[in-house]
Structures are given as C-alpha cells and as structure tokens.
Design a binder for this molecule. Structure first.
Ligand SMILES: C[C@@](CO)(OP(=O)(O)O)[C@H](O)COP(=O)(O)OP(=O)(O)OC[C@H]1O[C@@H](n2ccc(N)nc2=O)[C@H](O)[C@@H]1O
Length: 372
C-alpha cells in the first residue's frame, strides 16, 4: 500500500519502566528495540515513508543505525504524533508505539485490508476479567481494550488532533471529532511494554546478544606551571597542573573516549565542546558521570576498563588505588573492573621531556540483559 506512511512513536521517557535503560534502547539480539520494530514493519509493508519520533539525543544516535525520517517528539504522545503528522503527505497513516514490539504480519495485513471501511481501523482485545468501573461492575462484553497500530485517514486524524483535549490513541480523537472507527480483533502478543516484567510476556523478543563491545581512548594534556593537578579523579600533590578548558583530568578524558568509542557514540569533544563555557574548569568526574548515565540509558553496561598513564612525572604509584576507588564510584562498577597502569617513556618524546601526560584507555561494554 504505497499511499501509507508509518509513524513509530519512540519519544517516551520510560518513566514507568523504572530502569536506567530506556525501553526503546533495549537490545533484541544486537538491535535496539526501536530499530527491531521498524525493520519488522519495513519487511511486511511497502510504506511511502517511515517516520520515527524520538528525542533529539536519541535521534543523534539512531542515525548511526538507519536513514529513516526522524522527527523530534513533544512532551506528550499526542504532541509527538502532531509533530510527525506535519511530515506525512500520504492519504493514510499507520501509527504504532515502539512499546508494542510484536505486531504480527497477519494483524497488519488485516488492518490494511479494512482501511477503506472507516476513518480509523483499530485492533482491540476483549475483556476477560470482571470489570469494575468507578466501583460499579459493568458489562465486560461491552469493554474493548484498544491497541496500536491504528490506521487512519491522514486528513481526518490531522483535524481531529487540532484540539487541546488529550487522547491516548488516534481513534478516540477521531471519534470525538465525529469520525468513524472500525474495530477488528487484535492480538495478545501485541502487548505494550510498560513495565520491565512485560518483557517476559512477549514471546517474539529474543534476548540481547552476548557481544562484548570494545572501545579505546587517547588524550594528552600539557603541563601548566600553575593550578591544581587532577588525574583519575584524584587530586595529585603537585605545584603544577594541566593546560585545559576543564580541570584537565587527561586520564578521565581518555577513559570517556574509550567508553564512547565502545558505545559508538563519537568522542568527548563532540559531547563536551572545549569552547563551551559551561565546561570551563568543570570537574571531569561530572563529565564521566554524564557519559556513564548516557551509555546506561542507551542500553549498555560497563564490563571493565583499563588505563595506561604515560608520564615522566608525577609519580602516581601511590595514587592508583584511590583512582580505582574514585572511578569505580563514579562509574558504579566494582573496583576490580578498573585497572590503572603507569609508565614513563624512558625520557623519550614530549612525555619523556616532561612537557605533558598522555593516557591510553580501553573499555568493554555489553548489552543490558533484560531477559532474566
Ligand atoms: C574536556 C574538554 C571539555 O572541557 O576540554 P579539555 O578540558 O580537554 O580542554 C573537551 O571535551 C576535550 O575534547 P577533546 O576531544 O579532547 O579536544 P580536542 O582534541 O581539541 O578535539 C575537540 C574536537 O575536535 C575534533 N577534532 C579534533 C582533532 C582533529 N584533527 N579533528 C577534529 O575534528 C574532535 O572530534 C573533538 O570532538
């Protein structure tokens, strides 16, 4: 059906999911959930356009995976949908939530088959439990639990959403606006992922892959004949510091690049530009904290990290343990997963001439394992 646009809503902040990882970034094998869902739809239908609605930050990373049409979401599902609709120019639009991860080809074809029968085609499930509404038992045979995807006439949906009233699905807005709705039997497996325990109720989702993702980082800072020296998150007893925009902790900068590298998220300067005043003099442990939060939100878990600090001075042997403790606390991992090495360069090169310090780092990540 070539006059049909797919809109996938993935801008939710997963508040009820109550996990560090945002549900759209859970891995199915090695694919983020949003990508897994989009590819499944793409396999079953020839859409005129596929629009993914997500946050700015997510879109930056999503572009690593695919060249779909990305639209920044709004503060509510309805606003996100309106943002998407401004990019829809096909006669019909199919709207689904990424959280409904397992939409069968049969259900999708059945929705499409009925697309001319009403302004909105909606899958529903019957209510099998006794239903009490506002303390009164009601006739459960009249209760319909609506699901997505829902297929709407684009113009009908667009005008139905020109309202301040918030609706949790397209068909309710359309019916409230005087439009028609056709209900077709839905599918239990199109269950919406709202809580972490929902994941084990959905048979189509494969566990995350056991891949280990490796990244490396390298950074250098020249000595400054003034200021404090911070290295590995620890204050070094020294009468000289590093030339830098931040606190100059070259070990943490190298470690950040290794973490971002393993996650495929670019480098430290992209995330914290060294000409941005907000980072002037910043404690690099705060930068590391933000990077760890981001990689956890995007579905990664730190396995281990290893740093090599190349410096003719200062001697850091007595600081290593404190560095490991400090970094473990910031990264929320065991101290045993952090190794800090030090070496001179036998007086060779700029490091050997004690002009500055260079640090190499490696980091290993794995995917957050939700399939327990
Ligand atoms: C921590 C921060 C923030 O305060 O500054 P410092 O305290 O080190 O100065 C920065 O994140 C520290 O970023 P870092 O990446 O080490 O700085 P630079 O080496 O100057 O690179 C800055 C940006 O320029 C880009 N870059 C660098 C070298 C190059 N030949 N081409 C580039 O395009 C890099 O991708 C990086 O994103």
């Amino acid at each position: 059906m070539s006059n049909l646009t797919l809109v996938l809503l993935a801008a939710g902040n997963s508040t009820r999911f109550e996990m560090e990882v945002k549900k759209q970034w859970l891995r199915i094998e090695d694919k983020p959930l949003w990508y897994y869902v989009a590819q499944n739809f793409e396999k079953t239908q020839n859409f005129s356009k596929i629009i993914i609605v997500a946050s700015d930050e997510d879109i930056t990373f999503m572009k690593n995976y695919a060249s779909y049409h990305f639209v920044v979401g709004g503060t509510t599902r309805q606003q996100s949908l309106k943002n998407a609709l401004s990019h829809v120019d096909s006669e019909y639009v199919l709207v689904s939530d990424i959280a409904r991860a397992c939409v069968s080809e049969e259900l999708l074809n059945n929705i499409i088959k009925n697309h001319t029968d009403a302004d909105c085609i909606v899958p529903y499930l019957k209510a099998t439990d006794t239903i009490v509404y506002d303390n009164a038992t009601i006739d459960r045979d009249k209760v319909k639990r609506l699901q997505t995807p829902q297929l709407s006439k684009t113009e009908v949906l667009r005008s139905a959403l020109e309202t301040e009233e918030e609706f949790t699905d397209e068909s309710s807005a359309i019916v409230a606006h005087g439009g028609s709705r056709k209900l077709i039997l839905g599918d239990e497996q199109t269950h919406k992922i709202t809580y972490i325990e929902d994941l084990n109720k959905i048979p189509c989702l494969e566990a995350p892959s056991n891949d280990i993702l490796t990244g490396n980082g390298f950074d250098v800072h020249a000595f400054d004949d003034k200021g404090e020296m911070w290295l590995g998150g620890v204050k070094i007893d020294s009468d000289f510091g590093f030339k830098a925009h931040s606190d100059g902790d070259v070990a943490i900068h190298s470690l950040i690049d290794a973490l971002l590298g393993a996650a495929g998220m670019g480098d430290i300067g992209m995330m914290f530009p060294d000409n941005d005043d907000q980072y002037k003099g910043i404690d690099s442990k705060e930068l590391l904290r933000r990077v760890v939060t981001k990689i956890n939100n995007f579905g990664y878990v730190i396995v281990n990290v290893d740093l090599t600090i190349a410096a003719q001075k200062p001697r850091i042997g007595s600081y290593k343990d404190k560095m490991r403790e400090t970094l473990a606390s910031v990264m929320k991992i065991e101290k045993s997963k952090i190794n800090v090495k030090a070496t001179t360069t036998e007086k060779l090169g700029f490091i050997g001439r004690a002009e500055g310090v260079g640090v190499w780092s490696n980091a290993n990540l794995k995917y957050f394992n939700w399939k327990i």
